[in-house]
Write a protein that binds this ligand. Structure first.
Ligand code: C2E
Ligand code: CA
Ligand code: CA
Length: 738
């Protein structure tokens, strides 16, 4: 199959790609925004919550310290009551109080310390380790003494009374040797001692063991507290200094982080939303892509329809021209050329008319297939519409390559086609132009192939013709004729020449044949052979014929006794009013009808014999003579000659042309003359050019002669001159009687 200029299908990536990135960017931005917002909000929530928890736990511990301090204080002010009961006294009283504080308030140890920092009562010692206990207690006791004295003037160590020792009680956290403690202190002023101006301080401590911390945290909604020297990164820690105030440990806990919860909940949600958005935009994207695809397909389809013949699927004229341009540009200096074949099916119209358009379509498709099979891949086949096809044959090295393809096409297409249930046979006419021989221009090559095709059809169809230069001339001239003839008739630009017809001895002018000429302003004298057929095709032969007849009759009036022969085209003759027109013109010009001779060809009688016969009888009835022109070239049969009332036959000049070469023609001419004479007709030979021809024709009994030997066609004035000359001094100047 040849390349039918398959147009590549273009991906509609443009629109989709243009959409994809904005969508992706919007999605990414939206998701980024959501994530950032979640992080920001959750961080904020965490921060607030952590601050709160720090304050909360700080307060809980503060409260705890305070309440323990108050408990201790409440015990120490109760000494009066204790003594009143008379249960204990002096040092034993203090000892009882300390034990009582431990037992009653759950301290690990309680000690009573005097102003000289001597432990005067207390139990039990911290884990039996006196040094430990002292190091915890002494700084607190000293702080307590400072508080007691700090509020009053120090001039007297004696204080009247301390109304509310509770207010001075305090607690603090303290760290020592890997353990954290609550240490509380309260002033102790038994009335007995106060009287002596002595002060005592009670100090209690309690280790922050896990169960203590648990008890503290259980009172509030805080995760488990513990004491550690290195709190975790995500933990909150309250500092626990050692008793000297240096930072040593922390109460730490895993805080509740609402932001984390928020994140844990929001991130899956936003992921789901993101997935939804991706899905949605994927859907939108696909939909848009499908739309774009549809648009592209229909665009493609239109392009194909524009560039392709929908019936045969072949490219049409436009892509053919494009491909021809491409192929021409490839022939630069190589030894390979190309050929353009223009094909026109013969008898396609018959198939269409007989079997219908569907059959015609079927036939076109079948032809397209057969042609495709004949071509090589690099060749191009196109359909120009109707029954016209065209081929670009590439890789042509010599004209034989082209001829071979043309012959194959001819043989292949004459094989009958199965169409509409029957077999139909068609033919094809092919016109061929070659590149670079006939040119390298696309338009020119196509025009020349068309000219050659015209020639192939004219020569009888079912053949191929290479373009030849003279064809082009013919065609150009034809164009000129088509364009200008009408005006030439209207503007009286045509000229009528006359060729004398002589008696057999060549001495006397017996008549003239009117022959039309066209002196074209640009192209010079144009022969009737070139424009009469066009005039016939275009219907111009009618006005042209009337013009000739009128002019011939007018001129003929100047030559009394001379017959004037006028050529009549079959188309003209077939006009219903032909006879009428002739008679009218004869009457108008005052010409003697018996001197008028109409030269008809066999075409006149072949088509509608009855009508022709009737017209001829009427013409003859009006005295007009009829001559059968170009005798011997057509179907001439005796029957015609007998049936139709001719007065004369004019032996075609082709017989005289070939007479010298072949003896056969001489015999033919001889018999034609005899035949004419036998039928009682005047016999005229035309195209007499040589003296030998003249002698021969005279010898065989030809009546009249016409040809260049005697005179070429000349103007009416020249005829005037010839006649005057012959009438004058010449020996045989007489004008023959009609
Ligand atoms: P035709 O009717 O056969 O005209 C004779 C042609 O032979 C004329 O050509 C004439 O010039 C030419 N001829 C005459 N003697 C010789 C000769 O010795 N040697 C050669 N080689 N040729 C000779 P022309 O004038 O070119 O006319 C050609 C044809 O055009 C005519 O052929 C005729 O069929 C047609 N024609 C001419 N004038 C008219 C016209 O007014 N009306 C019509 N319908 N056809 C015309
Ligand atoms: Ca003639
Ligand atoms: Ca003739």
């Amino acid at each position: 199959m040849p390349d039918v200029l398959a147009l590549p299908w273009r991906k509609p990536s443009g629109l989709a790609a243009r959409l994809m990135w904005p969508i992706a960017a919007i999605l990414a931005a939206a998701f980024g925004l959501v994530v950032a917002t979640v992080v920001w909000v959750s961080d904020g929530a965490n921060r607030i919550a952590l601050e709160r928890q720090l304050v909360q736990v700080g307060n809980i511990i503060e409260d705890d310290l305070e309440s323990r301090a108050r408990q201790l204080a409440s015990m120490t002010v109760a000494d009066d009551a204790w003594m009143a009961k008379g249960q204990v006294q002096g040092a034993s009283l203090l000892q009882t109080m300390a034990e009582h504080a431990n037992g009653f308030f759950g301290f690990d140890g309680t000690h009573i310390i005097d102003r000289d920092f001597r432990v005067i009562a207390g139990a039990p010692y911290l884990g039996g380790n006196v040094a430990d206990a002292v190091s915890l207690m002494m700084p607190v006791a000293s702080q307590m003494y400072l508080r007691i004295e700090g509020g009053r003037p120090a001039q007297s160590r004696r204080m009247a009374a301390i109304a509310t020792p509770r207010d001075l009680a305090f607690g603090r956290l303290a760290y020592r040797n890997g353990r954290a403690f609550i240490v509380v202190a309260a002033p102790l002023a038994p009335s007995t001692l106060v009287e002596r101006g002595d002060w005592l301080v009670a100090v209690s401590f309690k280790e922050l063991k896990p169960d203590v911390l648990r008890a503290i945290s259980s009172r509030h909604d805080v995760a488990t507290l513990h004491v550690t020297q290195r709190p975790g990164a995500r933990q909150i820690a309250l500092p626990v200094p050692d008793i000297q105030g240096a930072q040593r440990a922390f109460i730490a806990w895993d805080p509740f982080r609402p932001g984390d919860v928020m994140r844990e909940k929001l991130i899956p949600v936003s992921l789901v939303v993101l997935a939804g958005a991706i899905l949605f935009s994927g859907f939108v994207f696909l939909h848009v892509q499908r739309l774009a695809l549809d648009v592209a397909r229909s665009e493609e389809r239109t392009r194909q329809l524009v560039g392709h013949d929908p019936l045969s699927g072949l490219p049409n004229r436009m892509p053919f021209a494009q491909r021809l341009d491409q192929e021409l540009s490839r022939i630069v200096r190589g030894d390979e050329g190309l050929a353009v074949h223009f094909l026109d099916l013969d008898k396609f119209k018959d198939v269409n008319d007989t079997y219908g358009h569907a059959a015609g379509d079927e036939l076109i498709k079948a032809v397209a297939r057969r042609l495709s099979n004949l071509l090589r891949g690099a060749d191009t086949l196109a359909r120009f519409g109707g029954d016209e096809f065209a081929i670009i044959q590439t890789g042509v090295r010599q004209s034989q390559d082209v001829e071979a393809l043309a012959r194959r096409i001819l043989t292949d297409l004459t094989v009958p086609f199965d169409v509409a249930g029957t077999q139909v046979q068609i033919g094809v006419s092919i016109g061929i132009s070659l590149a670079p021989d006939n040119g390298m221009d696309r338009e020119q090559l196509m025009r020349l192939a068309d000219t050659a095709l015209y020639q192939a059809k004219n020569e009888g169809r079912n053949r191929y013709c290479f373009f030849e230069r003279q064809m082009d001339e013919t065609l150009k001239l034809r164009k000129v004729v088509e364009d200008d003839l009408r005006n030439a008739i209207v503007n009286d630009e045509l000229a009528l020449f006359y060729q004398p017809q002589l008696s057999a001895d060549g001495e006397t002018i017996v008549g003239v044949e009117a022959l039309i000429r066209w002196p074209h302003p640009k192209r010079g004298m144009i022969s009737p052979v070139q424009f009469i057929p066009v005039a016939e095709e275009r219907g111009l032969i009618i006005p042209l014929g009337e013009w000739v007849l009128r002019k011939a009759c007018q001129d003929g009036c100047r030559w009394p006794g001379l017959r004037v022969a006028v050529n009549v085209s079959p188309i003209q003759f077939r006009q219903k009013d032909f006879v009428e027109t002739v008679i009218r013109i004869v009457e108008e010009t005052g010409f003697d009808p018996s001197r008028l001779e109409l030269e008809l060809t066999e075409g006149v009688v072949v088509d509608d014999a009855d009508a022709a016969e009737a017209a001829m009888i009427e013409l003859r009835a009006n005295g007009i003579h009829l001559a059968l022109d170009d005798f011997g070239t057509g179907y001439s049969s005796l029957i015609y000659l007998r049936r139709f009332a001719f007065d004369k036959i004019k032996i075609d000049r082709s017989f005289l042309e070939s007479m010298e070469a072949t003896g056969e023609s001489a015999i033919l001419v001889h018999s034609m003359v005899h035949l004419g004479r036998a039928l009682g007709l005047t016999v005229t030979a035309e195209g007499v050019e040589t003296v030998d021809q003249h002698r021969f024709l005279q010898a065989v009994g030809c009546h009249e002669l016409q040809g260049y030997l005697f005179s070429r066609p000349v103007t009416a004035e020249e005829i005037d001159a010839k006649l005057a000359m012959r009438q004058g001094p010449g020996p045989a100047g007489a004008i023959a009687a009609a």
